[in-house]
Design a protein around this ligand. Sequence first.
Ligand code: MRU
Length: 342
Amino acid sequence: MMDDIRAVEWTGDGLRLIDQTVLPGRFEHLDARDVDTLVDAIRRLVVRGAPALGVAGAFGVAVAMLQAARQGWNVTERDAAIERIRSARPTAVNLAAGVDRVLPFVPKGVEAVVAEAQELLDEDIRGNRAIGRAGADWILARTGKRPLRVLTHCNAGALATAGWGTALGVVRELHGRGLVERVYADETRPLLQGSRLTAWELERAGVPYLVQADGAAASTILRGLVDVAVIGADRIAANGDTANKIGSVGVALACADAGIPFVVAAPWSTVDLATPSGGEIPIEERAAEEILAWGGAEVAPEGARGFNPAFDVTPARLVTALATETGVLEVSSGETPAAARP
Ligand code: MRU
């Protein structure tokens, strides 16, 4: 059952992560009981997706506390280790927010931190269910064709969250109502979160889908083959500008041109009101090797240099709707997260 996918779990003495670098070929877990292992897992995308990173960050504080006790670290050493987790990836606000959420519980001990991290995990699953219902209702009110043809980019499913998913949560809700004809899953270069992870989740959920190259997305939309695009987010600025996996803004531009809705599905934990607009969102730039090689084989000539931003920013004017756990904001019509924060 797809509902059983748990990207992040607390085992009592550490974190158990589904290793998302080896899916779909292998389903394996990686246990992170020390800070180096966890930071490396976050950087390598063993665990990834904004809400899953938030939960990993929150439990990560407990990992650091347990390691501090084992190895006799002083408070400064422990806090430096926590800061390494907090800043392991810069774009998804959830990672730092997850760490910050449990920090007030540190003086109360590991059990209190674990309990708060577990609360964050449970909240995320509940929130995703609500996002799915709100997003599905809004899409059905806005679109005419039944069943729907949905396009998504990257992976915003159970693997990217504490469970169920945001953008894929909307898809699963629509599918549960018998209203999905097919999903176009962009493969999502360079690390293929779409073809490796989204397709794996859709297969398990029995949702009809086609994997397409990222370069096909605009054409698929302009040919009239898509009714709605639904994606997740890594950080949403106060004005509604939205950072998500590189390639998202191209999907949004094509949707605007075709006159179909571009829907961002994300919890309020991904909204960062301290960031006024997209220009202030830090964009992670990853190693050029991810572009220049694949599966150990070089895919560019020797000497080629790469440019590998992991995220882009879709301006608020292109975000038709933001589906949250408290309802839907029509961002391109002027409903900003700053004004609507519950
Ligand atoms: O680099 P990744 O795989 O962590 O990027 C993930 C995304 O861009 C997701 O769309 C986003 O985090 C939302 S996950 C619900």
